[in-house]
Design a protein around this ligand. Structure first.
Ligand SMILES: [Zn+2]
Length: 153
């Protein structure tokens, strides 16, 4: 589920990850912030707050992140709000745009030479750019999204 949270952030979805040590806290926070709860735990799904429909929750069927992503695409219609490159993958914070000059001394020289668009996390100060890893992930996400736009097979 930790990997799923990162993928969701990569697509621009505000996602919090809980380690499962305090389910009540997780449920309360989801309720307070109007979040959708994603869980692999069938016990949580039995809670009254979820059964009654007060808190929207999705029971994730697979352990495999790609399958999890597909399930979410289908059940939550995620592609409508696909905004990649907007959230920190580690902190879930909205990224801030940075100019090439601003990050010059903070990214590897080959990155500075080849990349023109940069984003910074205001919390952990990681710099993001659209490198090969990011491009690969985005292509994968777009594939999920377009699959969902097509008629369901
Ligand atoms: Zn961060």
């Amino acid at each position: 589920m930790g990997k799923l949270a990162k993928w969701l952030r990569m697509m621009g979805y505000d996602s919090l990850f809980f380690d499962g040590s305090d389910d009540s806290h997780m449920v309360a926070r989801a309720l307070a912030e109007g979040r959708v709860l994603l869980t692999r735990d069938t016990e949580i799904m039995k809670r009254r707050v979820i059964n009654s429909g007060r808190l929207k929750a999705v029971l994730i069927n697979s352990e495999e992140p790609e399958q999890q992503m597909r399930q979410l695409m289908d059940t939550l219609n995620l592609n409508r709000h696909f905004r990649p490159f907007t959230l920190c993958l580690e902190c879930n914070q909205p990224l801030v745009e940075r100019s090439r000059e601003e990050v010059k001394d903070r990214v590897p020289p080959y990155v500075y030479k080849t990349q023109t668009q940069y984003m910074e996390c205001p919390v952990c100060h990681r710099i993001y750019w659209r490198g090969t890893h990011w491009q690969r992930m985005t292509r994968k996400m777009e594939k999920f999204a377009s699959r969902n736009n097509d008629s369901k097979d």
